[in-house]
Design a protein around this ligand. Structure first.
Ligand code: 13P
Length: 250
């Protein structure tokens, strides 16, 4: 079985001072894990996070990057600006960006390509809304997000990508997908990747679950065969809770 990749998505939380407190508390709690630990922090916290985690097993990610290397794109950040300061990962296409900031499968693809070209490892998010699930369109939506969002991604590039399956109805709601629901959806997603890239590449691909995952439910989710890790929102803001998720699967 693969080791797990556990990533915290802090979203728009934590000042620099809070960043220092949280990371300082987290370092000793996760130092013995075999799982990969990533924290994806706001842009203003990146430098501090990189500095504090130097020499530890915690990796740092951003929460977005643009598809161009420079230019008139007010409010955006270039991939090389992230690698320049030591950032390794970047979250792309989170449902909050798709819902509130007009992100589409096409922009997700463009941002993913640019991130890869700069040497970043993208964590690409997909997931259906409640209406889509209840309307029997979950598979259609997930298939579209994979086929459109990975249209020009080669099998070699796929090796550097993590996928996060985050059902929108489970994000920040306290309603977690059951272990079986999450596992089944990820099995379906892996099958779509297998159609496009072959079974070996799809099996090697890391697919995380995200959506109200926490210290209480992580063990069940992370022990499901298809679930290769977690993308954690709220629970990643508390060192003890995030560490418990990191250690939920040995
Ligand atoms: P919550 O864990 O707060 O539900 O957020 C999940 C998420 O969106 C991680 O990217």
């Amino acid at each position: 079985m693969k080791n797990k990749i556990i990533a915290g998505n802090w979203k728009m939380n934590n000042t620099r001072e809070q960043t220092e407190q949280l990371i300082t508390a987290l370092i000793p709690l996760v130092q013995d894990t075999n799982n990969t630990v990533i924290i994806c922090v706001p842009f203003t916290d990146l430098c501090k996070a990189v500095k504090l985690t130097k020499g530890t097993n915690i990796h740092v990610g951003a929460q977005n990057c643009h598809w161009k290397e420079s230019g008139a794109f007010t409010g955006e950040i270039a991939p090389s600006m992230l690698t320049e300061i030591g950032v390794e990962y970047v979250v792309i296409g989170h449902s909050e960006r798709r819902t509130y900031f007009g992100e589409t499968d096409a922009t997700v693809l463009a941002r993913t390509k640019a991130a890869l070209n700069a040497g970043l490892k993208p964590i690409v998010c997909i997931g259906e809304t409640l209406d889509e699930r209840n309307g029997g369109r979950m598979e259609e939506v997930l298939r579209r997000q994979v086929l459109e969002g990975f249209k020009d991604i080669s099998v070699q590039e796929l090796e550097h990508i993590i996928v996060a399956y985050e059902p929108v109805w489970a994000i920040g709601t306290g309603v977690t997908a059951t272990d079986e629901q999450a596992d089944e959806a990820i099995r379906f997603v892996r099958g779509v990747f297998a159609e496009k890239y072959g079974k070996a590449a799809a099996d090697a691909l890391y697919i995380q679950y995200g959506g109200s995952m926490n210290d209480k439910n992580a063990e069940g989710l992370l022990n499901m065969p298809q679930i290769d890790g977690g993308l954690i929102g709220g629970a990643s803001l508390v060192a003890e809770k995030f560490a418990a998720v990191v250690k939920a699967h040995i």
